[in-house]
Design a protein around this ligand. Structure first.
Ligand SMILES: *Cc1c(COP(=O)(O)O)cnc(C)c1O
Length: 419
């Protein structure tokens, strides 16, 4: 505190120490929905049906999405979470099966595993890409492991070739959670097509959106058929179905024509959205490179990222902790927050206390009840969250938004370096 009061206020003084905030004008934000969505919605209503099997919008969305990612087949769903659940159902993930995934993700990655009464097993992460560390994944394979759910966090691809090698060696399914990675490519191909099934979200906050919605893609026609049944209560609507009634347990995860219409209008906008985010975050990384005390996000080799948010790490010994740094950035007018999801998912009460269901008396315990979840399970993931500072990104951000953001981060880092 003494250095703070004795140093004169200058251009380099951060807002937390009495300087003028670096951000002088509000961040520019792109308009999310417009006349394209309205036109599609009007057409959807004019059909006089909002049911996917009778209308044209969900079907058109599925065809366009499959085409866009080069998958062959796409099945629309009510959310990203339901796309992932449909994927597990379609692949036959069953009670007691172990599914390896990451402890830093949206809870929507985990919920479907628990609903299958399968057992989530958490592997540790790369300290710079924040994605699954293939060595840790390999170490956590057991005779009960059936699948890997690879989450491409913040629009940066996992090391898919290493994960595919592990999956092949142990005969595991590879499912890609692409909810944060619309438009992200790995070795020249869109993510979602390396594993058996790729799952995307159209929730309100993702690259493209329709309020809530999702889609699962696959190259395998039989899996596509099972995905469809898995979103439609197991009911087989195909004209040549021999048995129409459910032959396995599945929920109603259908997308309505209204959401399909909006998502259909959003899809052509994705290319421009991703290009702008790529350019903005690419420049941010270039201009922040070399600032002592900051560890910048590293792009996976072979990946062309689509940047859902920007997560950097502070080196507390050089600067300060993530809370103080994020508070300093907010004082400058930047949309920053510390610790992303707060704690690793295995430390959430749902896991630490195995409290998936209300009652535990008499009923057989869920399969994951016998798996211990505890602090220290994935030390690198924990340190990523401890030191992580998340900066929200929007494709509408301008050049002056970039200049002011760099100035804010740079002068705050310098100030903490000398404190
Ligand atoms: C958003 C998200 C989900 C869940 O998607 P919803 O559409 O909200 O159900 C799953 N996984 C990841 C990584 C996500 O970011």
């Amino acid at each position: 505190m003494t250095t703070m009061t004795t140093r004169a206020i200058s251009q380099d003084t951060p807002a937390i120490a009495g300087g003028t905030p670096a951000k002088t004008t509000p961040f520019a934000r792109a308009k999310r929905y417009g006349s394209e969505e309205l036109e599609q919605l009007e057409e959807a209503l004019d059909q006089q049906t909002l049911f996917y099997a009778q209308g044209t919008k969900v079907k058109a969305l599925e065809a366009a999405f499959a085409q866009a990612v080069g998958a062959g087949f796409a099945v629309a769903t009510s959310s990203g979470t339901s796309a992932l659940h449909a994927a597990l159902i379609a692949l036959g993930i069953s009670p007691g099966d172990e599914v390896i995934t990451t402890p830093i993700t949206d809870i929507g990655t985990l919920v479907p595993i628990l609903y299958q009464n399968a057992v989530p097993v958490f592997a540790d992460l790369d300290p710079h890409t924040y994605n699954l560390d293939p060595q840790s994944v390999a170490a956590r394979v057991s005779p009960r492991t059936r699948a890997i759910v690879a989450v491409h966090l913040a629009g940066n691809a996992c090391d898919l070739s290493a994960l595919q090698t592990i999956a092949d060696r142990h005969n595991l399914f590879l499912i890609e959670d692409c909810a944060q990675a619309h438009g992200c490519a790995y070795e020249g191909r869109p993510v979602g097509t390396t594993g058996q099934i790729g799952c995307f979200s159209f929730n309100e906050f993702k690259h493209i959106a329709c309020g809530d919605g999702g889609v699962a893609v696959t190259r395998d026609p039989q899996l596509a058929h099972r995905l469809r049944l898995a979103t439609d209560k197991g009911y087989d609507r195909s004209p040549d179905a021999l048995v129409r009634q459910a032959q396995f347990l599945a929920n109603n995860y259908r997308l309505t024509e209204l959401q399909g219409a909006v998502a259909l209008a959003q899809l052509p906008k994705l290319g421009a959205i991703v290009a702008r985010r790529r350019a903005w975050c690419g420049q941010l990384s270039e201009r922040l490179a070399g600032i002592a005390g900051l560890s910048l996000p590293r792009i996976t080799p072979g990946c062309d990222p689509s940047w859902w948010f920007y997560l950097l790490r502070v080196i507390p010994d050089v600067l300060t902790d993530a809370d103080a740094f994020a508070a300093g950035l907010r004082a400058e007018g930047l949309p920053a927050s510390a610790h992303y999801i707060g704690k690793c998912i295995y430390e959430y009460p749902l896991f630490a206390d195995h409290c998936a269901f209300a009652r535990s008396d008499g009923a057989p315990p869920p399969a994951y009840a016998s798996y211990p979840y505890h602090h220290g399970q994935c030390p690198t993931a924990e340190s990523i969250l401890n030191t992580g500072v998340q900066i929200a990104i929007n494709e509408g951000y301008s050049q002056s938004d970039l200049d002011e953001s760099v100035r804010a981060i740079d002068r705050l880092a310098r100030w903490f370096q000398h404190k």
